[in-house]
Design a protein around this ligand. Structure first.
Ligand SMILES: NC(=O)c1ccc[n+]([C@@H]2O[C@H](COP(=O)([O-])OP(=O)(O)OC[C@H]3O[C@@H](n4cnc5c(N)ncnc54)[C@H](OP(=O)(O)O)[C@@H]3O)[C@@H](O)[C@H]2O)c1
Length: 243
């Protein structure tokens, strides 16, 4: 189920405001809560709210949308969810893969478990999805890779490798499915999602501006629907002139 909106707090789309309200609520009720827990709860509530809005906006256009939550590493649940969708709605023709996890730490200090955590949702996750879907019927595949695959980023050796592996998979899919639009978006940092205040400050220090969410969404849709089919890997920063 989606994370419900916290009781007694006004709706907002602002993470900072929601974190402050949750912290105030915890203090008022005498609870001892760690800032990381407050941050997690605020992000989950905002994500739930955003999904509700998206489903409502889709329904308003007359589209039928179902939201299914599952862990990509649970291949049995994934296969039964995909089977249910295919038998209810017919062939799956579009696949967007955006799952990803960060576990930033200098390469020499990284544990195998951290590297697996980063590779898992990206590579095993995509392969699990492709294994569950009837691949030959796919006409559109959009993958969320990262500019770190091309330029690297401090503490993100595993993340950079996982994203470059995603790019390689995209090229392989393009060769296997020549009729399909396959795009691997190597995004620069977005204003939101896994870019928290610390990462945003790190990019600001390097003079790298964040991608505005509306612009990123528009570029994604334009390129996946109407982009040049011969271009598989796109590098997208805040100053996009690709259209
Ligand atoms: N934000 C950026 O600036 C940026 C830049 C370049 C590339 N990207 C890529 O874009 C994608 C989305 O990033 P984001 O900023 O939106 O990150 P985010 O807010 O952290 O979202 C990542 C999503 O991946 C899901 N996920 C992780 N492991 C999963 C698993 N095993 N099974 C199913 N879902 C799983 C998470 O689900 P839960 O919330 O349920 O854990 C979450 O919804 C990622 O692949 C990221 O690498 C992002």
């Amino acid at each position: 189920a989606l994370s419900p909106w916290p009781h007694g707090i006004d709706r907002t789309t602002d993470l900072k405001t929601l974190r402050a309200a949750l912290a105030q609520q915890a203090v008022a009720s005498g609870q001892k809560v760690k800032p990381a827990d407050i941050d997690r709860a605020a992000r989950a509530a905002l994500a739930g709210q955003e999904i509700e809005h998206t489903l409502a906006a889709l329904a308003a256009t007359g589209a039928i949308a179902h939201y299914v939550q599952l862990d990509l590493s649970d291949t049995a649940t994934l296969a039964s969810a995909i089977n249910a969708i295919q038998s209810q709605h017919g062939a799956i023709t579009g696949l967007v893969h955006g799952a990803g996890v960060l576990a930033d730490r200098l390469a020499m200090e990284k544990t195998e478990a951290e590297v697996r955590k980063v590779f898992g949702p990206k590579i095993d996750g995509l392969l699990a999805l492709l294994g569950a879907i009837t691949m030959s019927q796919l006409t559109h595949i959009g993958l969320f890779s990262s500019a770190s695959a091309l330029f690297g980023n401090m503490g993100q050796a595993d993340y950079a490798m996982a994203n470059e592996s995603l790019n390689q998979l995209a090229r392989q899919l393009h060769a296997q499915l020549p009729h399909a639009q396959v795009k691997s978006f190597n995004w620069g940092p977005w204003d939101g999602g896994m870019v928290d205040a610390g990462l945003a400050a790190h990019f600001a220090q390097q003079g790298i501006a964040l991608i505005n969410q509306a612009d990123g969404a528009r570029i994604f849709a334009d390129q996946l629907l109407d982009g040049d089919r011969t271009l598989v890997e796109l590098l997208v920063g805040d100053e996009w002139s690709g259209e």
